[in-house]
Design a protein. Structure first.
Length: 369
């Protein structure tokens, strides 16, 4: 069998809902209201209900969502915040941008997520919060992490940017901590046609504080009680997200079918497969395997027309942005090893089972050669 396989095809995902997205666009264009209007208010209600929480505040992007939660919790200079050593750099930057220090917690290499033991070992007298990331769409073990955090008096913030719709103990990602941050970057499981993000929480005070901070520190027009930011989800993106939200569970279900096929096809092959924990329903933002000779595998797949990506080739603590940090903090051997071995195979709701089979057959051939 022949044929190239795209890593994902955002155009195809937009095409699937073309009439609904076009009518959302026209509705907003003709409304004359483009920021802080009815569409955003309605989306916030709908997404809060979807997550099973009381409050949702639309913001400009996922990085701002985490940053503003930390600010709302009054976390700043002198404070330490625990973050995974192997996450996307935004989790770390949000901590740095409020003046606090990110402290790296190594993940369990089987799940790619941090654990309660890792969190417990990293707590000091300065620790104020922990940000578990549901990496690749697989929920972190929130129950045991929250237990450790509660005992130490830490706030817990979910970085749910890769986990829209995932479940843990029956609850949705976003409803598992003091507050949660989502990104609506186009390639996320729920993506806008541009940048976007939100904060969800059951804590009305956090929601109110984030809303104020995101709007120039203003709760009432021209009254600025705190030095805030400008980070708002606009009407157009809100309208697009409202059109897409009703399909999210269905798209995640398609991702689970593809993931199940990958797992079935690759059982026994010379790759390390992702582990699914028993009390979680992952949403497979990415399907990530580990291979030893990654260069060779990527080249062989590429030669066969199959696109892959790497999430992430450089751990945040190894990035130039954190060169100063790295001089003062421990190295992270697990994150380093993962950054050398992880390989993301094609995954999107628009992908077919036949395409999964094609990727697997080329991959298995390469591994055996
Ligand atoms: C995408 C992402 C973010 C940041 O979201 P943006 O909307 O791009 O700012 C944060 N954390 C994780 C884990 C992400 O994948």
């Amino acid at each position: 069998m022949n044929g190239s396989v795209r890593f994902m095809d955002l155009g195809a995902s937009t095409d699937e809902l073309r009439p609904a997205l076009e009518s959302a666009f026209l509705r907003v264009m003709r409304s004359g209201r483009y920021v802080l209007g009815d569409e955003t208010r309605a989306f916030e209600k709908e997404f809060a209900a979807f997550c099973g929480v009381t409050d949702c505040v639309g913001v400009g992007n996922g990085l701002d969502a985490i940053h503003l939660i930390l600010r709302a919790m009054d976390i700043g200079p002198g404070d330490e915040v625990l973050v995974p050593s192997n996450t996307y750099i935004a989790t770390w930057l949000a901590v740095s941008h409020c003046g606090a220090t990110p402290i790296a917690v190594e993940p369990d290499p089987a799940t790619y997520n941090i654990t309660a033991e890792g969190v417990a070992a990293a707590i000091t007298s300065r620790t104020r919060a922990v940000i578990p990331v549901h990496l690749y769409g697989q929920p972190a073990d929130m129950q045991s992490i929250s237990e450790v955090a509660r005992k130490a008096g830490l706030r817990v913030i979910e970085d749910a940017a890769q986990a829209h719709g995932a479940r843990y103990d029956g609850k949705r990602a976003g409803a598992l901590a003091d507050a949660a941050a989502f990104s609506f970057y186009p390639s996320k499981n729920l993506g806008a046609l541009g940048d976007g993000g939100c904060v969800v929480t059951d804590d009305a005070a956090i929601a109110a504080s984030v809303r104020r901070l995101a709007n120039y520190g203003s709760g009432e027009k021209y009254i600025h009680d705190v030095a805030g930011f400008n980070s708002r989800l606009d009407e157009l993106q809100s309208a697009f997200l409202r059109a897409k939200l009703p399909f999210l569970d269905h798209w995640n279900q398609r991702r689970r079918r593809l993931a199940a096929r990958y797992l079935e096809n690759l059982r026994g092959a010379n790759v390390i497969l992702p582990t699914v924990v028993s009390n979680a329903v992952p949403v497979w933002h990415l399907f990530v395997v580990r291979v030893l000779d990654r260069k060779k595998v990527v080249a062989a797949l590429q030669a066969a027309g199959i696109e892959t990506q790497i999430h992430y080739p450089i751990a945040p603590g190894r990035s130039g942005a954190y060169s100063e940090w790295a001089r003062q903090h421990n190295v992270c051997p697990v994150a380093d090893q993962l950054s050398n071995e992880v390989l993301s195979l094609p995954m999107s709701p628009q992908m077919s089972i036949a395409e999964v089979d094609r990727v697997c057959s080329v991959l298995v051939q390469t591994l055996d050669s």
